[in-house]
Ligand binder design. Structure first.
Ligand code: F6R
Length: 245
């Protein structure tokens, strides 16, 4: 069962999510954190930066693995997830960059890159706390709606709805990469704890589907209901359809 924490708004969601991550790092300073990109975690990362600057949080022993990366973007492309993580978190906290990991989207050899990433996660002893956002179509990482749940890191073709959603970050829709490398559902489900965050009315239909609909690879996030320790922190808008018939 997914524990649900309702927040007033985006800022309240961000602060509460940061509290959960902060508690994890305080209790286990060498935690392996699974991290996400996108609009939703930005406020949470800003809060973590603030607490780190105040000296309340120490990332020096933390190790990270990100969920996904576009295939074909160089690391320093301003829409790569490598760049996003640098600009939104890593640059501003005392993390050792050697301890941060993101699939290498510039490696054209998908098989080799995905196998490397899977082995890396295993070699780190798995993920202590995985942070997730959710796509409007129910994707987690870039695990798009499909006929089966993918187990390990793999190459995916992005859904048209994901390309539409992410086009806002690019000058032109045509510039959005068509493929990505993403952690698989099996790797995400192996995390000891999962924290999923959501904000805004646009997410309300899929949050309802995740919690109330069938568990199916057509709604990848629905599988989280089979994980023993998942918390959803979401604002009133994102939860607004949950209790409607
Ligand atoms: C990002 C990721 C995606 C996003 C999702 C929601 O690393 O894995 O699953 O979490 O697309 O994106 P936002 O937060 O921009 O609505």
């Amino acid at each position: 069962m997914i524990k649900i924490v309702e927040t007033r708004d985006y800022n309240d969601m961000s602060r509460k999510a940061a509290n959960v991550i902060s508690a994890q790092v305080i209790l286990k300073p060498d935690s392996v954190l699974g991290l996400a990109t996108g609009s939703t975690p930005v406020g949470c990362y800003q809060t973590l930066v603030h607490w780190c600057e105040k000296g309340d949080l120490d990332f020096s022993k933390v190790r990270t693995v990100n969920l996904d990366e576009y295939q074909g973007l160089e690391k320093w492309h301003d829409q790569s997830y490598y760049y996003f993580m640098r600009e939104n978190l890593f640059k501003y906290v005392n993390i050792n960059l050697d301890n941060t990991n993101i699939p290498d989207g510039s490696n054209p050899d998908a098989e080799a890159e995905c196998a490397r990433y899977h082995e890396l996660i295993e070699s780190m002893g798995g993920i202590d706390l995985q942070l997730l956002g959710i796509g409007n179509n129910g994707h987690i990482g870039f695990n798009e709606p499909a006929d089966v749940f993918a187990d390990k890191t793999h190459k995916v073709e992005l859904a048209e709805s994901t390309i539409d959603a992410n086009a806002r970050f690019f000058k032109d829709r045509d510039e959005v990469p068509r493929f990505a490398y993403t952690m698989g559902i099996g790797e995400i489900m192996s995390a000891k704890k999962i924290l999923i965050i959501a904000s805004g009315k646009a997410k309300a239909p899929i949050i309802r589907e995740m919690i109330k609909g069938p568990v199916t690879p057509k709604v990848p996030a629905s599988i989280l209901r089979f994980h023993p320790d998942v918390t959803l922190i979401a604002d009133v808008d994102a939860l607004s359809l949950l209790n409607k018939e």
